[in-house]
Design a protein around this ligand. Structure first.
Ligand code: CDP
Ligand code: MG
Length: 645
């Protein structure tokens, strides 16, 4: 096995460039590596550096925008090196860490490295920082650009920085890092024939299904990769394909559907790398993950509806919302490229050539699209009190920065003159910055320790936990940890909130429903069977629960006294403390209006309050999602007079 893996490593397109890459990277403080996805940048370059002795003077960090990628690549590289994960090779992602003092190579999310930079701005533990998937321009990667550049300029002249990107637009990176040299890695790319829709499509999901079925009947061997925008879409296309197969088994039996999205349990994700069963064709229904973060072998044909779900700031709502947006031309090319990794392939774009010509050339950096509350809090925590002097690769607007400061003032995180200069982090703000959560949520946690009274929490459902009532429970903590992963907790959407889960429904909303699920789970004796009966992913639930001790530890580190149990009302009031900007009032029918911006919103069908009548007059929510309408997700009932106090 080990020998096979070494042979495999030498067969990667990047291998012939090993010597040259090492020489160039070691000769200078910064450089940019550009190479086609799948050439071996992420898994090989860090290993080359280790093999040449770079790891001895300090850890090599490799940042990834996505948790999934950081964990799966670390596993893969540990395997290639024949070491146990957590020894020479490790990883660190939010709420999940696996490394030790032996670790020389650490894959981590960009957010995690940024968090370390708050307490150690010169990144003294690291000899080399590799900023991978830089073309994605996530907020955290963008901030890290500034952090590593500042560190190099200060006491860390020896810190080596490698920026890795899958798209050719590398000049911007090179310019920013003082004309850093750009190294190109030859990819293995076969020609891909691109076909466009003749006219605009009314319903891209329908077109996607039709394309899959037609391709399956007409194309030669090879797998089909379809880009969809999220889990719900993936599940609905999967459902339609299943129906087609059961109606016409002889035509479509050979289709083996494989979903891929971030919240999918990791053992399911791994399936995607395996070949389809004998005589079958894999149809991979994936979110944007498959665009550059992971490479799936066997794909010959790509179906691209040209859309992506992304976070974006909505000036109307005054908050970030997740919405479906057109991709950029660069993304469309990346997607098409996935079909030509092993042989010539084809790409079906479900939009017209004219639409393609109207797309933006490159995606806009996330920092220009999101609210800056977390960004500003993080910068202040790193000691950058004058935000205007921070060396942004792409600077956000001044109004954006000012409005983030105002938000932070409202949350009690900063004080000082209204404006950009002279603001200070308050003690509360300093604590908020140590939590890897949205500032509102961090405040809810911190505030809960002040306002949650000690009394026994009794769940509104009858099924659980009364016998546990004497035990200590950290309600708000549990809630926040569950919340961070709640989208992955529940089963496929068709069964979600159907009968079995309904027994946990709280009349007060989704947050308390999640708590009820938690209590019932901890009280259940056969946990596996319990999860099966209740359609809950045990692995994800456990992952959510693992978060809790970490939040508890963080809070003791910032000196917050923990207070246990509370009633539903107190829990909701503590949450409202952090979510007071995310509230809405009922205005008639199913319609609500947000209190901050008067935007029309609706309760999401996945919410346990969706069917509740009469409509609760006042609610808070954790997220807005824009699909056919603007929906509130994770909704809880509040009382109007709580808002005044
Ligand atoms: O970073 P880049 O896209 O250039 O390539 P990579 O992620 O280093 O992947 C190189 C090769 O390793 C690809 O052929 C992947 O399919 C394979 N790989 C894998 O088999 N399992 C993983 N978890 C990651 C990569
Ligand atoms: Mg990569």
């Amino acid at each position: 096995m080990a020998a096979d893996l070494q042979k495999w490593r030498r067969s990667l397109p990047i291998f012939p460039a090993r010597g040259k890459l090492l020489k160039e990277i070691k000769a200078r403080p910064s450089c940019v590596v550009v190479g086609e996805t799948g050439s071996g940048k992420t898994t090989q370059i860090p290993q080359y550096l280790l093999e040449s002795g770079v790891g001895t003077s300090g850890v090599v960090a490799v940042t990834q925008p996505r948790r999934v990628a950081a964990v799966s690549v670390a596993k893969r590289v540990a395997e290639e090196r024949g070491c146990q994960l957590g020894s020479e090779v490790g990883y660190a992602v939010r709420f999940d860490e696996c490394y030790s003092s032996e670790t020389r190579l650490k894959y981590m999310t960009d957010g995690m490295l940024l968090r370390e930079a708050m307490s150690d701005p010169t990144l003294s533990r690291y000899s080399t920082v590799i900023l991978d998937e830089a073309h994605e321009r996530t907020v955290h990667t963008d901030l890290l650009f500034g952090v590593v550049k500042a560190a190099q300029g200060k006491r860390r002249g020896d810190l080596r920085v490698v920026v890795m990107s899958a798209t050719l637009a590398a000049e911007e990176f090179s310019l920013y890092f003082n004309q850093a040299k750009v190294l190109y890695v030859q990819g293995r790319q076969f020609p891909v024939e691109v076909l466009y829709a003749a006219e605009p499509q009314q319903d891209y999901l329908h077109s996607a299904v039709v394309s899959i079925l037609q391709l399956h009947c007409s194309m030669g061997p090879g797998d089909i990769l379809v880009f969809l925008t999220g889990r719900e879409e993936i599940e609905s296309v999967q459902g339609v394909l299943r129906e087609c197969q059961s109606m016409f088994p002889s035509n479509w039996q050979g289709i083996h559907v494989q979903p891929l999205y971030a919240a999918l349990p990791s053992h399911h994700q791994q399936q995607v790398f395996k070949p389809a069963p004998q005589g079958c064709r894999k149809v991979i229904l994936s979110t944007n993950i498959a665009e550059t973060s992971v490479t799936i072998p066997g794909v010959r044909c790509v179906v691209d509806p040209g859309l992506v779900k992304a976070r974006g700031y909505s000036p109307v709502v005054g908050l970030d919302i997740l919405s479906v947006q057109p991709i950029s031309q660069a993304q469309a090319r990346q997607r098409a490229g996935r079909a030509g990794r092993e042989a010539p392939g084809s790409c079906y774009r479900l939009y017209t050539e004219h639409t393609f010509s109207q797309l933006r050339e490159n995606s806009e950096p996330e920092i220009l699209r999101c609210t800056l509350t977390s960004v500003v809090l993080e910068l202040l925590a790193m000691g950058m009190s004058d935000l205007l002097t921070f060396d942004f690769m792409t600077a956000p607007s001044e109004e954006g920065l000012v409005s983030a400061l105002e938000q932070l003032c409202l949350l009690g995180a900063v004080e000082g003159r209204e404006g950009k200069e002279g603001v200070r982090l308050t003690a509360l703000g300093g604590k908020m910055a140590t939590f890897p959560l949205e500032p509102g949520l961090s405040r809810a946690i911190l505030q809960s320790s002040v306002s949650v009274c000690v009394s026994d929490y009794v769940c509104s459902c009858d099924c659980c936990c009364r016998r546990e009532a004497a035990a200590k429970k950290w309600c708000v903590w549990q809630l926040c940890s569950l919340w961070t992963l709640s989208s992955s907790l529940l089963p496929p959407s068709e069964t979600r909130w159907l009968l079995p889960t309904r027994r946990f429904h709280s009349p007060h909303g989704d947050h308390l429903t999640l708590l009820a699920v938690y209590h019932a789970y901890t009280a259940a004796s056969g946990k596996k069977a319990w999860c099966r009966e209740n359609f809950i992913h045990q692995r994800n639930l456990r992952a959510a629960l693992d978060v809790q001790p970490q939040l508890v530890e963080l809070s003791s580190r910032v000196g917050v006294a923990l207070v246990s149990n509370s009633d539903s009302r107190t829990v909701r009031r503590a949450l409202l403390d952090g979510l007071h900007c995310q509230t809405a009032e009922h205005v008639g029918g199913g319609r609500y209006r947000t209190l901050s911006s008067r935007q029309e919103v609706f309760i999401h069908p996945s919410s346990c309050l969706f069917h509740v009548r009469p409509h609760p007059p006042c609610v808070m929510y954790s997220q807005l999602v824009h699909t056919s309408k603007c929906y509130m997700r994770n909704v809880s009932v509040i009382e109007a007079d709580w808002l005044a106090s």
